[in-house]
Ligand binder design. Structure first.
Ligand code: ATP
Length: 369
């Protein structure tokens, strides 16, 4: 395999007595779109700033294109950053803002070349006719595009994006997600983006790096993380997941049997390559079930779970039911598509039988919570 374009090896970052990043290893491949995903304070921005050179690692090393950049300042690294607040100069025109990076620091570009590059960058973000405007006369989405143009005009090998769409409203955000994906394809460079929005990470990334409390907890393609989350935390963070406490009872012929706290037996089909060996009979586990994998009508080889309906939410294309299985104080969600929900919508307080296929049960050792 070719050399990674960015390699973080054993990096720890402390701020006084607080450790924001613990001995982290991470590699990015050339041309990938990678997102750092996790809740507020988990160390996403710190990781980005360490790669950009805005923070220095306390221990460990960072290499870009095989060159050790651990102690180099930002302007000597082949990366550029799009900041959350865009950081545009309000008194400079769009063109001047974009050209700024080519006139300052170590990378001064001759004027004729500069004009062509600014034109190209503005063309790429769809702002060709806005060059003479001041940032104050632009919409939020257009300001975001200027920030992108300013970052790509220097032709970095890696573009770092710190929650670039967080200031935009939901509709514009969706449009700009498509724009980001197109830009990534056209530029062919590596994008590393920070987000706490799992939908955004799933939609845009080749790989997602999930972080929690200053550590990387799983790295994988969106489908890997969704289909095979390695802990209950990730199952719940990536997509929605219903979690049920259970005890491991027996294993036979590729099927593992668990018991819920009300005595209900749940059969789980083992997936290819999945092993249950680390579980002892009687071990406490959590079973994870995606809302879209729950049915209200019996299915072949389905597990049956009884629950009471506590509420429902109309979500446009779906109806989300909130239920409570017997002896569980955690809500259990079921998504019904519109045609399904009009046929059979239970009443509030009604006892309902839920059916889940054995292949749709995920199992997590309790310690991984
Ligand atoms: P958010 O999504 O809220 O931006 P994040 O995952 O990007 O969060 P970081 O900004 O990387 O989180 O911060 C990680 C932790 O390090 C937080 O607890 C934060 O308070 C702390 N931290 C970050 N920068 C500093 C600093 N300069 N001095 C002290 N603590 C800091």
């Amino acid at each position: 395999m070719s050399q990674p374009i960015v390699s973080i090896a054993g990096v720890t970052k402390t701020f006084g007595p607080f450790t924001a990043l613990h001995e982290t290893n991470l590699q990015l491949n050339a041309g990938e779109f990678v997102t750092l995903l996790g809740p507020s304070g988990c160390g996403k921005t710190t990781t980005l700033r360490l790669i950009g050179g805005f923070e220095l690692a306390t221990t460990g090393s960072i290499a870009i294109e095989g060159r050790d950049v651990t102690s180099l300042p930002p302007y000597r690294r082949p990366v550029n950053t799009v900041f959350q607040d865009y950081a545009l100069f309000p008194h400079m025109s769009v063109e001047e803002n974009v050209a700024y990076g080519l006139t300052a620091g170590s990378s001064v570009v001759p004027k004729a070349d500069r004009e062509a590059r600014v034109r190209d960058a503005l063309g790429l973000v769809g702002l060709t006719s806005y060059g003479s405007r001041l940032p104050g006369a632009l919409s939020g989405g257009q300001r975001q595009r200027v920030a992108m143009a300013r970052a790509i005009v220097k032709r970095p090998r890696v573009l770092l994006l710190d929650e670039p769409l967080s200031a935009l409203d939901v509709k514009l955000r969706e449009t700009m997600q498509i724009e980001l994906k197109r830009l990534h394809r056209e530029l062919g460079i590596t994008f590393l983006m920070v987000t706490h929005d799992q939908g955004e990470a799933l939609a845009l990334s080749d790989r997602i790096v999930v972080m929690s409390q200053g550590r990387v907890v799983q790295v994988g393609a969106p489908t890997d993380l969704y289909d095979r989350p390695c802990s209950a935390y990730i199952a719940d963070f990536i997509g929605a997941s219903n979690l049920l406490d259970a005890t491991f009872e027996a294993a036979s012929g590729g099927v593992d049997v668990f018991q819920l706290s009300d005595g209900t037996r749940i059969h789980k089909a083992r997936r290819d390559g999945e092993s249950i060996q680390k579980l002892q009979i009687g071990s406490r586990v959590q079973l994870g079930i995606r809302p879209e994998h729950v049915h209200l009508s019996p299915i072949i080889d389905g597990n049956e779970i009884e629950a009471r309906l506590a509420g429902n939410l109309f979500l446009g294309d779906r109806l989300r039911l909130e239920l409570f299985p017997a002896r569980s104080d955690r809500p259990f969600f079921v998504d019904l598509h519109r045609d399904e929900s009009s046929r059979r919508a239970p009443e509030l307080g009604e006892k309902v039988k839920l059916y889940v296929g054995a292949a749709d049960i995920m199992c997590f050792a309790e310690a991984e919570r």
